[in-house]
Design a protein around this ligand. Structure first.
Ligand code: C5P
Length: 222
């Protein structure tokens, strides 16, 4: 197809949760389904983009992207992204990347001998912030899932991570968020914002993709 607003634009995306190994049979994970990221990847393809998707483990069918890279841990996701980041025009971090990982995963299955057990954790790299710091770098888009003060925290994240655009949503409420089919977003950028009200993640992803294309186009027209 030709004449989409993102024709020939190279998009690199992350989606889904990460799994941080504790021992050979266990991991620390999170409740991300990957649904929003996969729907967004598909919507971007629909606008003409050439999408490479780096994804953590999900139960979803693979979206119709040009390249699909399956990873498990945050460190694997980091490596897969950084090796591709310089060749993309637009980067979208939609993954729920674990903030911490076990310092050193046990080489053998941990046995239940002790009555108490501690696992030491160390910070993971912030993939999105690292890509945003590249110079020259791609147009960068992040997500912010917050339980409270959504707009204030998201604005802070936009500035601190040096992003071009951030999509914020409230989690922990009755509707929307991680495991839900529906979601609502507030999209923020330097000097503007847009509300995308509660709707299915598929529809929301299409509206977000159009908005990303608009902001990206604006940047490149400037
Ligand atoms: O700081 P916080 O985790 O709330 O930021 C969320 C955004 O940053 C999401 O876009 C997420 O994909 C990205 N992120 C990342 N690497 C991390 C943590 C978050 O890319 N280690």
């Amino acid at each position: 197809r030709a004449d989409g607003p993102l024709d020939a634009v190279r998009v690199l995306m992350t989606a889904g949760p990460t799994r941080e190994p504790v021992d050979p049979v266990r991991f620390l994970g999170n409740r991300s389904s990957g649904r929003m990221g996969y729907a967004l990847a598909e919507a971007l393809v629909g606008l003409g983009a050439e999408v490479a998707l780096v994804t953590g483990p999900t139960a979803l069918p693979a979206p119709p992207v040009a390249e699909l890279v399956r990873v498990e841990s945050a460190l694997e996701m980091h490596a897969a992204v950084m090796s591709r980041a310089s060749g993309c025009d637009l980067f979208i971090g939609a993954a729920a990347v674990a903030d911490y990982r076990p310092v050193e995963p046990a080489g053998r299955k941990i046995k239940k001998d002790a009555g108490e057990l501690s696992i030491r954790l160390v910070r993971n790299p912030d993939i999105l912030a690292e890509v945003a710091a590249l110079s020259p770098g791609p147009f960068t888009v992040g997500f912010a899932a917050e339980t409270d003060r959504v707009i204030a925290y998201a604005r802070g994240k936009l500035e601190k991570k040096g992003l071009d655009l951030i999509a914020a949503n409230q989690v922990g409420g009755e509707r929307g968020g991680f495991e839900s089919q529906d979601n609502a977003l507030t999209v923020l950028w330097d000097g503007g914002s847009r509300e995308l009200p509660m709707m299915t993640k598929t529809r929301l992803a299409r509206e977000l993709a159009v908005l990303i294309a608009e902001r990206y186009g604006e940047r490149h027209a400037a």
